[in-house]
Structures are given as C-alpha cells and as structure tokens.
Design a protein around this ligand. Structure first.
Ligand code: ADE
Length: 230
C-alpha cells in the first residue's frame, strides 16, 4: 500500500517511525511519504492560510498550495482515495479501517485552522474519490492526530503486520463486539484468580466462555454496538 500525507507539520508523523513504519517498510508492505504543504507555496512567507471570505473568526487554508500538492500526488494514475480528516466526516470505525486497508493508495490531506477552502473538496470530488473522515464527535486542532490514528488502525490490518493474524479476529470491534477479558500468569494475583475455565485445557469450554464474555461485556459497556441501546 502507498500512503501519502500532506501537512504543514511533517514532523508530527515521526511518531509512526517508532514501531509501525519500520516494520511495514522492512516487510515491503508500506510505501509512506509525508509532504510539506508549504513546499507548494511561492511567497517569501510560505503562506498557507488567509482570512475567511465574508468575514469571521480564524483563518482558512488557501486552495492554491493544496491544488499543487494534490495534483502532484494524484498524477500517478493509481486511483487513490483522498481522505480529509474533519469533524464533519464519516466517523471512523473498524469497518472503515478494513475498507481502507483494501485500497492501493491513500492520500491524507491534513487541514488546520478553520479548515480548507471548500473549492479544494469540490475540485477533487469531481476528479477523484474523496472521503471526509472524523475520529469522533469532538474537535481537534487539525487532521494530523486523526491521520496518525487512522494509519495505525489501517496498517496493522495489512497482511503480515500482526504476528498472529488470529489475534485480529478476536479483538474488540471485530464481529461488532468487544473482546473477551484476557489473563496471564501468575494464576493468583492479590487474591484474584484467573477464571477456572481458562485453566481447564478444555478448548470447547474456553471458546464458549469467551463468546459469552464478548456478549456480556458488549451488552454492559457498548450496548449501542448490539443495537440494544435506546
Ligand atoms: N480535525 C479536527 N477535528 C477532527 C476530528 N474530530 N476528526 C478528524 N479530523 C479532525
């Protein structure tokens, strides 16, 4: 998979080098590049924002540098999916992570300030596939944190990224439910025991207990996932 990110804070993405990208690159699974939006400006101050047309608070990101940056990235004929993290977008979840993991080329456009000139969305919606994606119903200062989160959630779904692929099947949000509780040695810690069934060696009983626990926990903590919430 190829991932390009456009941002005015390229160093923000160094955090991905810590574990994810090194591993993915070594395994030849991810071609990742960050592009500085200011490299697409032509004035002395490398200006990326302007005052809002019609007045109002804050600043709006200018269309020209975005146009130049995105033109250069979509030129390769890879049929990329352009993702703009924004509070107005579709809320990100595990289903969407799987959907994005099936793409060949993702381009993230990280907006700041009051957002990006609307004509950028209009232009690229007419020319490419565009998605606005929100990390949740709250407002961040820009798209960078959301982009890091989305990349991490997507990249770990790429084949070969997680040591034991079975762990992906049983984790929270797979199959629309939360994960069952996990334990490891010692058998007793501060008087608290690992449930008997997990020490029984009876695989059918363990599978049944885990399935029940998934349902119980989901019902208790996230009934909305089961459609039980009112
Ligand atoms: N940018 C600002 N707020 C955001 C959010 N909630 N999700 C994604 N991008 C954002």
């Amino acid at each position: 998979m190829k991932i390009d990110v456009v941002s005015i804070f390229p160093v923000f993405f160094n955090v991905l080098e810590l574990s994810l990208l090194g591993k993915a690159r070594a395994r030849g699974m991810l071609d990742f590049a960050v592009h500085d939006l200011r490299d697409h400006t032509h004035d002395k101050h490398r200006t990326v924002d302007g005052t809002p047309a019609g007045g109002g608070a804050g600043m709006v990101m200018k269309a020209e540098p975005w146009g130049s940056a995105l033109d250069s990235l979509i030129a390769g004929g890879t049929d990329p999916l352009l993702i703009f993290p924004a509070p107005a977008g579709e809320v990100f979840n595990q289903r969407l992570a799987h959907e994005l993991a099936a793409e060949k080329h993702l381009i993230f456009g990280c907006g700041r300030y009051e957002g990006i000139d609307q004509r950028v969305f209009d232009e690229y919606t007419a020319r490419a596939r565009v998605k606005l994606v929100s990390l949740g119903d709250y407002v961040l200062n820009g798209g960078e944190v959301a982009t890091v989160a989305i990349i991490e959630a997507v990249a770990r779904l790429l084949p070969g990224m997680v040591g034991n692929p079975e762990s992906l099947v049983e984790e929270s949000h797979e199959g629309g439910m939360l994960e069952y509780p996990n334990y490891t040695q010692p058998a007793v810690w501060r008087g608290r025991e690992i449930p008997e069934v997990l020490r029984s060696g009876n695989h059918a009983a363990i599978a049944k207990w885990r399935a029940e626990q998934r349902l119980l926990r989901t019902r208790e903590l996230r009934p909305d996932l089961l459609g039980d919430a009112d």
